[in-house]
Design a protein around this ligand. Structure first.
Ligand SMILES: *Cc1c(COP(=O)(O)O)cnc(C)c1O
Length: 391
């Protein structure tokens, strides 16, 4: 799938997709090895992958699970989120980070986001803490670390949604995932590394790992006969096939992350002079983004959906990213959320699009995307004629 690169209208790179995994011989061999062993799940690759992944992010323990969502669910259970409690989180995220609270009949409580980093506003999160708050669930959105120090001062248990943040570091320079909180990573095919579907929950505490390992496997204790279960559990296991794929991806992770950074820098150069286009925020202090997607904010007044459609017509995949969670139908109907409650999130969400971003993107592809985006935005400006800076 990765070997040869063709481009132009006839090749597999046209249209230019939003994301594409890097998979090669090593991944094929790893998966074949498991298939040939006959042990497709609960075999040796699971613990091996967990140890290697935890070491990668500077964490003590890792538990492999069937998805990032499953990991977030078990992590919330592990910090005591139950019926009637509240989980403070960001409305500017993938819907899974809020849904997991509802799985436990807890209420996701949103606070607005920081207009620069797009992460939940940590001061607002601290101010929202009350006696029902069971957890804070910051999302390191688009791989940029949330303001952990401010959140930690609340003393409330923290579950980090690090599903987009593999390879990033916090403001103090430590790797995302290595701070001692429960943190959850995900391996769908568009993430920094993939196992097809999958995730890992990392933790500093052995007892937490044991609880999660049990709950992902029907509530069975490690030494328990398969006929008995001492707690409620789920089937959130990750197969040995997936874990073997994950081990192969870890081997090349440094190169994958370096390539993502390379593409991000190319985009920054190619897009820096597009009028009124807001690019992803720069790293500050020692905070480093783990590059996951490339999301730009279009100028106010531009028809975002028209831009996405025009780009599609020109062979450039793009999509609105993220829609605000509190304005989704289910959330409006269940919790009564409405427009105007989180104005920063709503403004940014209405103007943001993800453009193609993957490790093997060429300089030519980046230039092509930049050229088409510039062209489409110029057309929009002419059509509406309302933008401020029309030099
Ligand atoms: C990818 C992602 C998840 C987890 O997704 P799964 O598809 O369940 O692995 C959770 N939160 C965010 C912010 C994500 O981007």
């Amino acid at each position: 799938m990765t070997a040869e690169r063709t481009s132009g209208p006839a090749g597999p790179d046209f249209p230019i997709p939003l994301a594409r995994p890097v998979l090669g011989e090593a991944e094929e061999q790893a998966v074949l090895g498991v298939l040939r062993s006959g042990q497709l799940s609960l075999g040796p690759r699971g613990p091996e992958f967990e140890r290697a992944f935890a070491a990668q992010v500077g964490a003590r323990w890792g538990s492999a699970v069937s998805s990032g969502t499953a990991g977030l669910h078990l992590a919330l259970r592990a910090v005591g989120v139950t019926d009637g409690t509240e989980v403070i989180t960001s409305p500017f995220s993938f819907v899974a980070s809020a849904n997991v609270a509802i799985y436990e009949r807890a209420t996701p409580v949103f606070v607005d986001i920081d207009p620069l980093t797009l992460n939940l506003d940590a001061e607002a999160a601290a101010a929202a803490v009350n006696s029902r708050t069971a957890a804070l669930l910051p999302v390191h959105v688009f791989g940029y670390p949330a303001d952990m120090a401010t959140l930690e001062r609340t003393g409330v248990p923290i579950v980090e949604d690090a599903c987009e943040a593999l390879g990033g570091s916090y403001a103090d320079g430590g790797p995302i995932g290595g701070r001692g909180h429960l943190a959850v990573f995900a391996f769908y095919a568009n993430k920094q590394m993939t196992t097809g579907e999958g995730g890992v929950v990392v933790t500093a505490e052995q007892s937490v790992k044991e609880r999660i390992d049990s709950e992902r496997n029907q509530g069975r204790a490690p030494n328990m006969d398969w006929l008995d279960h001492d707690r409620l559990g789920f089937n959130y296991r990750l197969s040995d096939i997936a874990c073997a794929l994950g081990l192969a991806q870890l081997e090349r992770l440094d190169a994958l992350l370096a390539d993502r950074e390379r593409v991000a820098l190319l985009y920054r150069e190619a897009l820096r002079d597009v009028p009124e286009l807001t690019l992803p925020c720069e790293n500050s202090e020692q905070a480093r983004r783990g590059w996951f997607v490339y999301v730009v904010q279009l100028p106010r007044g531009v028809d975002r959906d028209a831009v996405v459609t025009s780009l599609g017509g020109r062979g450039i995949a793009a999509k609105p990213y993220f829609p605000a969670i509190h304005l989704m139908t289910y959330y409006r109907e269940k919790f009564g959320y409405r427009e105007g409650q989180f104005p920063v999130c709503e403004d940014i969400s209405a103007r943001s699009i993800a453009i193609p971003f993957f490790p093997q993107m060429t300089e030519g592809q980046v230039a092509r995307v930049a050229q088409e985006l510039t062209h489409v935005l110029d057309g929009e400006r002419r059509a509406h004629g309302s933008m401020a800076s029309r030099a």
